[in-house]
Write a protein that binds this ligand. Structure first.
Ligand SMILES: Nc1nc2c(ncn2[C@@H]2O[C@H](COP(=O)(O)OP(=O)(O)OP(=O)(O)O)[C@@H](O)[C@H]2O)c(=O)[nH]1
Length: 421
């Protein structure tokens, strides 16, 4: 019988530190040949680009990306195709799957155990949930056992805190991440809450997902029977609702599209005009609470640096990743472009542009809202207007008098953090 390849499934809320963990594992692979499959809910797979930049792997050569949807439902067929293609083009001995921050991990694991053509070739090693510990404490502190706000089987709208519970209850290993932003008493309370919620999972405290790979990979902690039983329990719970749409066939009849169940949607803001540093910094500090996650590349006036932006909850992190190619001396620029024929190039602005994925929710913590589509459209159009107002105007551009002040990094590798007020 052909041997199987172990698969580690990374789960966790939006911005918890999954991509940071993936990069860490790739940089400390220590003789393992890892391949990765990255699912991002937005139309642009920012995570795949970040992982490719930080490792020796490339998209289509060790990295498979699945964007604009969710692995646990509408991208199931694409997952099978991607995994088969990955195995044909690249030799690896361990697959790491980063599911999107709005995925429920169990249906993803089940793709590798029972329901798909890839099941025969793969064995789930562990579901590793990366926990945004400060967010967890903000949400559940004071409770004896973290409680769902809604019934998973009901058709009602669910808050993201319920998804957090789904992600923790399925975990074999929990990385309590972002401990640099927690007090010791909060870490102790987190331990007690996790013990009550998921006593069988091992927990590890991390900063920036830095963990010994031996504690995460090849640990053989996933138990398909226990998982199947949990799925059946949930199914019994939901029986009688009469739901049988295409996406949840075979998988889990209590499963709904997470974006619909949790009221989350994403959009991309693109601009071939730089942001005004002061107005943009002010906007980042005042982002509405409905914006749960944003990430991508931004062009800010007054610096030649390309900036990578990553906002998760209250923290907005900006990293200078290097100069825009358009700002390099002509010889260097032309050489770079001839080596990268796929680089998108604009006649006037070259590679300078903003491409930002914004993920917003229309739900408050009670999960109640009147009309999801209208609310999320409202969040999007207000934010698009504010982003557009933060771009430099023609008049300002002619004056050319920008200084990015202290809000933005100006040296390659430099990082600044802004806090949402
Ligand atoms: N303060 C702090 N920030 C962290 C830590 N780990 C990750 N971050 C930052 O949190 C942000 C989100 O990290 P990612 O690794 O991109 O999170 P993710 O879970 O992959 O996000 P999605 O794929 O969008 O769900 C980035 O700006 C990270 O630098 C940590 O331990 N402490």
């Amino acid at each position: 019988m052909a041997s199987t390849t172990p698969v580690t499934i990374l789960a966790g809320s939006l911005g918890a530190g999954k991509t940071t963990l993936l990069n860490h594992l790739l940089q400390h692979a220590d003789g393992r040949d890892l391949a990765v499959l990255i699912n991002d809910m937005g139309e642009v797979n920012v995570d795949a680009e970040l992982v490719a930049d930080g490792s020796e792997l490339d998209v289509d050569d060790g990295i498979a990306e699945l964007s604009n949807g969710c692995l646990c439902c509408e991208l199931q067929d694409d997952l099978e195709t991607a995994v088969v293609r990955l195995a044909r083009s690249y030799e690896f001995d361990h697959l790491v799957v980063e599911s999107s921050g709005i995925s429920e991990p169990e249906p993803v694991a089940r793709l590798f155990t029972t329901t798909s053509r890839v099941a025969a070739r793969y064995d789930v090693d562990a579901i590793v949930t990366v926990l945004d510990t400060p967010l967890f404490i903000d949400t559940f502190a004071g409770e004896a056992v973290p409680e769902r706000r809604t019934d998973p089987a009901a058709e009602s709208d669910r808050p993201l805190s319920d998804l957090l519970i789904e992600q923790l209850e399925a975990a074999n290993l929990i990385l309590c991440n972002k401990t640099d932003r927690c007090e010791p008493a909060e870490l102790a309370e987190t331990g007690a809450l996790l013990d009550a919620l998921r006593p069988t999972a091992e927990t590890i405290h991390t900063e920036f997902s830095a963990v010994d790979p031996d504690r995460v990979l090849g640990v053989d902690r996933f138990d398909p029977r226990a998982d199947a039983q949990r799925g059946r329990d949930r199914q019994d719970h939901g029986r009688g609702r009469g739901q049988d749409s295409d996406h949840d066939r075979d998988v889990d009849h209590t499963h709904r599209h997470p974006s619909e169940a949790y009221g989350v949607d994403s959009f991309v803001f693109r601009a071939r005009r730089p942001f005004h540093p002061d107005r943009f910094a002010a906007l980042l500090r005042e982002l509405p609470a409905a914006v749960v996650r944003s990430k991508g590349t931004v062009w800010v006036a007054g610096t030649d640096m390309q900036l990578s932006l990553s906002q998760a909850g209250p923290s907005v992190r900006l990293t200078a990743t290097g100069p825009w190619i358009a700002t390099l001396p002509a010889l260097e620029r032309d050489l770079y472009r001839s080596n990268r024929p796929d680089l998108e190039w604009h006649d006037e602005f070259g590679d300078r542009q903003t491409e930002l994925v914004v993920i917003a929710t229309a739900h408050d913590d009670t999960g109640e809202h009147n009309d999801f589509d209208a609310e999320i459209d409202g969040v999007e159009s207000r934010l698009r207007a504010r982003l557009t107002d933060s771009l430099v105007t023609e008049i300002e551009r002619d004056r050319d008098e920008f200084a990015p002040e202290n809000s933005f990094p100006v040296e390659p590798g430099e990082e600044t953090v802004l806090r949402r007020e």
